[in-house]
Design a protein around this ligand. Structure first.
Ligand code: FMN
Length: 206
């Protein structure tokens, strides 16, 4: 599979099988993450890769506690758009089952660049490309994954469970496993909606 096909079909996979994923495959994902660019090539990232059964259970419980009510509320609002509804159902399913995903990767990094005046913006700008490389590489390997910010809701508990220091930022929580559903094309608007050739054109999108 070439990189364009992987990008076109790496739909958020919120339904994952529980079968284990080999360490060699996990290493490939981290290899891909660490091919990403970073400011000044500082490579100031860390990946907390959770595969241990008990640790995943604890992480899953922390997310379930933090997310269950909120997602049930959002789901109960009802969505006219079927794809929005499917996404909310998927997110609720993932929140309830994330601890059963065979691998959960937390993409982390400290605020350390530039050394003279560390600026948090550079932390995020390194961690997001690394996270996206994981998503695309997972798809190329036939694995499902989804970029989430679930950690926003349960950060103190997660830091406690995983020993992540307070001054290390968490940019993404990425559950990974063999897919339970079909991969498919991502739904995106045409590039003509976004491209500005040589000069800004049109009004701001609503
Ligand atoms: C910064 C960011 C945060 C996201 N947070 C969540 C999340 O917390 N839970 C979730 O289920 N999906 C999350 N997503 C996934 C998006 O919902 C998903 O990529 C988007 O709906 C498009 O769907 P697709 O990737 O299947 O095309 C997040 C994506 C990004 C880039």
């Amino acid at each position: 599979m070439d990189v364009f096909e992987a990008m076109e079909t790496c739909r958020a996979m919120r339904y994952l099988r529980t079968d284990p994923v080999g360490d060699d495959v996990i290493d490939q994902l981290i290899w891909a993450a660490t091919r990403a660019p970073s400011p000044g090539n500082t490579q100031n990232w860390d990946f907390v890769v959770v595969t241990d059964h008990e640790r995943r259970r604890q992480v899953g419980q922390a997310f379930a506690d933090a997310l269950a009510d909120r997602l049930a509320q959002v789901a109960s609002l009802g969505h006219d758009d079927p794809s929005q509804r499917a996404m909310m159902e998927g997110a609720a399913h993932l929140a309830a089952t994330i601890g059963q995903a065979p691998v959960i990767i937390f993409v982390c990094g400290s605020v350390a660049y530039p050394a003279s005046r560390p600026d948090e913006r550079f932390t995020w700008s390194a961690l997001y490309p690394a996270a996206q490389n994981i998503i695309v590489a997972a798809r190329a390997l036939g694995l499902g994954s989804v970029f989430t910010t679930f950690h926003h809701t349960a950060e103190p508990a997660l830091r406690e469970i995983l020993g992540i220091p307070d001054d290390v930022k968490i940019a993404a929580t990425i559950p990974i496993g063999w897919p339970e559903r079909e991969f498919g094309p991502v739904r995106r608007r045409p590039i003509t909606d976004f491209i500005h050739r040589d000069h800004w054109q049109g009004a701001l999108r609503a």
